[in-house]
Ligand binder design. Structure first.
Ligand code: SAH
Ligand code: SF4
Length: 400
């Protein structure tokens, strides 16, 4: 309705500007928790985690021509070498020169545990002693699986059912550390191409569902994913990458437009009252704003549906009425609903839903036309399942 001429026109409410401000605030906060510079005490610089442009700059700065980037990139990300002396297309003196100035690092696998179901959990230690966990989850039906990667050491959010949420944020992981988790997992399975032909690729999917909230560390996560997707290196398609967020609404559009990866949204409740309690970020970005952001998520389609994650907590969020409310809430979104049986951890206050409630809930969602797979807990015996990851932070939170 147009206001009558006599009334002053209220200032226009520009949502776009508002969320731009909010995005700047989130990015500024992320910078407070930045990882240390990827430089060794001897001055050598870490190559992994540099964008192509940064790699070119680094090579040019030591007197090399820009075309070297392609060669080095291929060795690092396609062949997976960790020693410049193995780069056989480079002349010996150049190999030595690069080795004196750069390093191709990996996080140190401090502990590796393999569960009864072959899920493998890595405790990775980074250069400053901080640690994060990474999980490889083989798919039983196929010869492949997903690498579940952490984006932060700890988490600023404290979802009530999540073990990581009990660990305060120590710092964000850098791009080198995020890509490094995937590369080190690949090392562990001997999955880099062999000179004798194709190597089977078990590690074929990346899920950003480990420790931390990836959209609170967007720049490093984005940089790492661009490296993973680069066709002349690891070459994973954006369809093989899923980023899970607890609902950082202002960053969701950017993620869809710039990265185009699959989105998983940790919904877990259908009323603000309950979600405020179990996913406290909801107080900032309530359900209607979250669902609106899902509706406009640029990379979603019928072929690439948004996954709504819903942890099934006995007697808390698992009633039939809530299942019906859920399907009304997400009606019209190309979506599937991943029902996650609650994975207990030491000190947790919830119980997993009974099998009967779980299947009744799933049935209602399926009948409404949404696929609703129940996520089989994997690696529970080694605390590797969803929401069970936690490490000891090595440093106090820096003063904000
Ligand atoms: N911070 C991001 C990604 C990491 S958590 C997010 O919250 O989406 C990955 C998934 O595991 C999320 O859906 C999270 O809600 C779920 N989760 C956390 N704790 C869990 C638990 N104890 N049992 C089952 N799922 C859990
Ligand atoms: Fe953080 Fe995700 Fe755990 Fe919530 S569920 S505390 S956002 S890691």
């Amino acid at each position: 309705m147009t206001p009558p001429d006599s009334l002053p026109v209220p200032p226009s409410h520009d949502d776009h500007d508002l969320s731009a401000t909010e995005r700047d605030r989130i990015l500024a906060k992320a910078a407070l928790f930045a990882p240390p510079a990827p430089v060794l005490p001897d001055g050598r610089r870490e190559i992994v985690g540099l964008s192509r442009e940064e790699l070119t700059e680094a090579l040019v700065a030591v007197g090399e021509k820009p075309f070297r980037t392609k060669q080095v990139w291929h060795w690092v990300y396609h062949q997976g070498v960790t020693d410049f002396r193995a780069m056989s297309t480079l002349a010996k003196p150049l190999q030595e020169k690069l080795a004196a100035r750069f390093v191709i690092g990996r996080p140190e696998a401090a502990v590796v545990q393999t569960a009864a179901d072959d899920t493998r959990k890595f405790l990775f230690r980074f250069r400053d002693g901080q640690e994060a966990e990474t999980v490889y989850i083989p798919d039983r039906r196929e010869d492949r699986g997903a690498v579940c990667i952490s984006s932060q050491v700890g988490c600023t959010l404290s979802c009530r059912f999540c073990h990581t949420g009990t660990q305060k944020l120590a710092r964000n992981l850098g791009a080198a550390e995020i890509v490094g988790q995937f590369m080190a997992a690949r090392d562990s399975y001997g999955e880099w191409p062999s000179p004798h032909g194709e190597t089977p690729r078990l590690l074929s999917t990346v899920v950003l569902m480990g420790m931390g909230e990836p959209l609170y560390n967007y720049e490093n996560v984005a940089k790492a994913m661009r490296i993973v997707m680069d066709g002349e290196g690891i070459g994973l398609s954006r369809r093989r990458i899923t980023l899970s967020t607890s609902g950082v609404v202002p960053m969701m559009d950017r993620c869809g437009t710039e990265l185009g990866v699959n989105l998983a949204v940790s919904l877990h409740a259908v009323t603000d009252e309950l979600r405020d309690e179990i996913v406290p970020l909801n107080r900032k970005y309530p359900i209607n704003e979250l669902i609106a952001a899902c509706r406009r998520y640029p990379a979603a389609s019928n072929a690439r549906r948004i996954t709504f994650e819903y942890v099934m907590l006995d007697g808390v969020n698992d009633s039939e009425a809530e299942a019906r409310a859920l399907v009304r809430l997400i009606a019209g979104i190309p979506a599937k609903v991943n029902l996650i049986p609650f994975n207990p951890w030491p000190g947790s206050q919830y119980r997993p839903s009974t099998r009967q409630r779980l299947s009744r809930f799933a049935q209602i969602v399926t009948d409404a036309g949404f696929a609703s797979p129940i996520r089989t807990p994997r690696g529970q015996d080694i605390l590797a399942a969803c929401g069970q990851l936690r490490t000891d932070s090595r440093r106090e939170r820096p003063a904000a």
